[in-house]
Each structure stands twice: as structure tokens, then as C-alpha cells.
Design a protein. Structure first.
Ligand SMILES: Cc1cc2nc3c(=O)[nH]c(=O)nc-3n(C[C@H](O)[C@H](O)[C@H](O)COP(=O)(O)O)c2cc1C
Length: 337
């Protein structure tokens, strides 16, 4: 059956905040830090979201939570809070507002045991009254638009995203993002975009479909099956932060910005690497940057010897890594085909 395709050409707004297009970068703890968000924004993402910030820890000034609160330029500053106590969530929302947040997102989706054991993240989907009260508390505490990101439900016997979304909207939420998996799936199986349609039908605010969207074709299919207003891309943007902007352009029929290739990648990868070093300091940064270097290599699919890859990924010496980035992405250190 063909479903109606949502009108993705006209403007989208979240509580009065104009959003420039319909493809967003998903929040990913440890990955979508400020350097990654800056790149995705520059290459045309419609929205980027901070890493999940633990609300109680933020209110006590926990250094890493405060770091996660920092703004990346160019787009509305959307800050994601996690927690399961209304008081902490409200206080954290105020801290985020004072720090310049434009939109507060609440995490109802994280499947990690250390988060769900405290009834935060996706565990909130099992306690609808508590989930609703958190949205209410945050919406009362700040003048900012509040949004919620969730999964389809806890497991296949409780696909209650439509009910949770309706409650969240009653409590003041102005946009709902749904990762088309249950908590018990973690990241296994495939995202079920068609299940997101019941959420679209349950609420009047924009719904964003998420999970396994990696390119324009999949974005169109996800929008078609779900009827959602926008897509959110997470892992598909690793090592290729321009993908979100490419999808955004294609969805409105604009020419897609070209994929950077070969030597064009050199300044981008160096900027990301140096951004991570300055975000975390060199000692932590050299380790935090490894996964990104590996993803850039993987996405570029370069003929590289294992030894050279290892050298770049494992080096603790920033100037050596930068020279390797130049040699590898510039082409001088590649294996003969
Ligand atoms: C390493 C990792 C960290 C994540 N951290 C967060 C987070 O902080 N907040 C959140 O709402 N979702 C988080 N997610 C979930 C993603 O936002 C997204 O819902 C999920 O990865 C599915 O989308 P994708 O297939 O496009 O990656 C994380 C996912 C991954 C893989």
C-alpha cells in the first residue's frame, strides 16, 4: 500500500523555532560532541542535538556534563537531558536554558542498563505517569520548546510509543522523535519505520523517524512508511558528517552537495581531529578521536595497509597523526591498487 508522502518542502518549526530542513543529526553519547555537530551543521544538517546529559549530574556541575552543554555554532542549540526525577530534570532544564539552550529534548530512548536501572531513558516508557510528569516539569521550568526522543516501546508486547507520545504532547512536548526499535532490541534487528506511523497519527506535533537511515533512498522510504515530518540520522553520519546535509538537500529536490573525496578530506579530518583534542585536552582527545579516524577511513574505503591504519589509529602524537592524515587521505600513503 502506498502511503501519503509528507510535505517535506515547506518549513518545519518546533515551538516557534524555525528549522531549516528535514534531516537531523541524532544525539550519540561520546560521538556527537561539539566538533562532530559543527561539521554536520556546516554541511547542512537541519538540526543537531547534544549528547545525552544526566540531569542530576549537570545540576551539581559535573565537568563532563557541563562540557556536553556547550553550544556548537550555526543552528538552534538543542540540549538533551536524561533523568527520572522531575526536580532534577526541571533544574537541569534551567541550567541548560541559562547556558543558551534553545530547545530541550528529553531522553526516553536510551537502552543502557546503567540508565534504565534508574528508570531513566527507555525505562520511562514502562512508567507512563512518571514519563509524563517529567515532561510537565521541564515544560514548566523553562520557556523553551520541549521535545522527546523515544523508542517504539519497551518490548514487542508493549509498543506504547503512541500513548507515551500523546501524553508527552499533553504535557507540552512540541516534537517527538521515534527510533523504530524497542528497548529490548537494543540495536539489533531492523528499525521498523512503519510502526512510527501510529505515533504520527496519535499526535499533532511534528514526528521525526529514526533508525537505520543512512542515505537518501532510505530516508525517503522511512518518511513514506512512517508519514513522519523529518528524519534523524545517527550512525550513518559517522565518518561522513555531510550525509545529513546531503539527505536534507535531496529531500527538497535540491542538488546534493558532493561527497568530499581524496585530498578534500584532509582539512575536514584534521579539523575534526583538532576539534576533539581541544574539546577534551590532548591526553583524552587522542583516544576520543580514534573512532572518528577509523570511521573516516571506513567511509572513504581507501586501500590502506593494516600497518598504516594501525599507526594512525594508535598514535598518541598529534603531529604524527596529522602527518598521517595528510599522507593517507591525500593519497601518498595508499597501497597500489
Ligand atoms: C554510541 C551511541 C550513542 C547514543 N547516544 C544517544 C544519546 O545520548 N541520546 C539519544 O537519544 N540517543 C542516543 N543514541 C541513539 C541514537 O540517537 C539513534 O536513536 C540510534 O542510533 C538509531 O539511529 P541510527 O540507526 O541512525 O544510528 C545513541 C546511539 C549510539 C550508537
Amino acid at each position: 500500500m502506498m502511503h501519503s508522502v509528507p510535505d517535506t518542502a515547506s518549513g518545519l518549526s518546533i515551538g516557534g523555532q524555525a528549522i531549516r530542513n528535514r534531516a537531523f543529526l541524532a544525539p550519540m553519547a561520546g560521538i556527537t560532541d561539539r566538533p562532530m555537530r559543527m561539521l554536520a551543521a556546516r554541511y547542512g544538517a537541519g538540526l543537531v542535538v547534544s549528547e545525552m546529559i544526566a540531569s542530576a549530574a549537570l545540576t551539581t556541575g559535573h565537568q563532563d556534563m557541563v562540557r556536553k552543554l556547550s553550544r556548537s555554532p550555526g543552528l538552534p542549540h538543542m540540549v538533551q537531558l536524561a533523568g527520572c526525577e522531575a526536580e532534577w530534570m526541571a533544574q537541569a532544564a534551567k541550567v541548560a536554558e541559562d547556558a543558551g539552550a534553545d530547545i530541550i529534548d528529553i531522553n526516553f530512548g536510551c537502552p543502557a542498563k546503567r540508565v534504565t536501572n534508574g528508570y531513566a531513558g527507555s525505562a520511562l516508557m514502562r512508567v507512563p505517569d512518571l514519563a509524563q510528569s517529567l515532561v510537565e516539569a521541564v515544560a514548566r521550568a523553562t520557556a523553551l520548546p520541549v521535545t522527546v526522543k523515544m523508542r517504539l516501546g519497551w518490548d514487542d508486547d508493549s509498543l506504547n510509543a503512541p500513548d507515551i507520545a500523546r501524553r508527552a504532547v499533553d504535557a507540552g512536548a512540541q516534537m517527538i522523535t521515534v527510533h523504530g526499535r524497542t528497548r529490548q532490541q537494543f540495536y539489533k534487528g531492523e528499525a521498523r519505520w512503519e510502526q512510527v506511523r501510529a505515533v504520527v497519527e496519535a499526535v499533532t506535533v511534528p514526528v521525526v523517524v529514526n533508525g537505520d537511515i543512512t542515505d537518501v533512498a532510505r530516508a525517503r522510504e522511512a518518511l513514506d512508511l512512517s508519514g513522519a515530518a523529518a528524519v534523524m540520522i545517527g550512525r550513518g553520519a559517522q565518518g561522513q558528517p555531510w550525509v545529513v546535509g546531503q539527505v536534507a538537500a535531496a529531500l527538497v529536490g535540491e542538488a546534493m552537495p558532493a561527497t568530499p573525496e581524496g585530498a578534500e578530506l584532509v582539512p575536514i579530518v584534521i579539523e575534526h581531529y583538532e576539534g576533539v583534542l581541544s574539546e577534551y585536552g590532548v591526553e583524552v582527545g587522542v583516544r576520543a578521536a580514534r573512532k572518528h579516524l577509523d570511521w573516516y577511513l571506513e567511509a572513504a574505503n581507501l586501500p590502506l595497509s593494516k600497518a598504516t591504519r594501525k599507526l594512525m589509529i594508535e598514535s598518541q602524537n598529534p603531529s604524527e597523526v596529522i602527518a598521517l592524515i595528510e599522507g593517507i587521505f591525500g593519497g601518498d600513503m595508499l597501497e597500489a591498487a
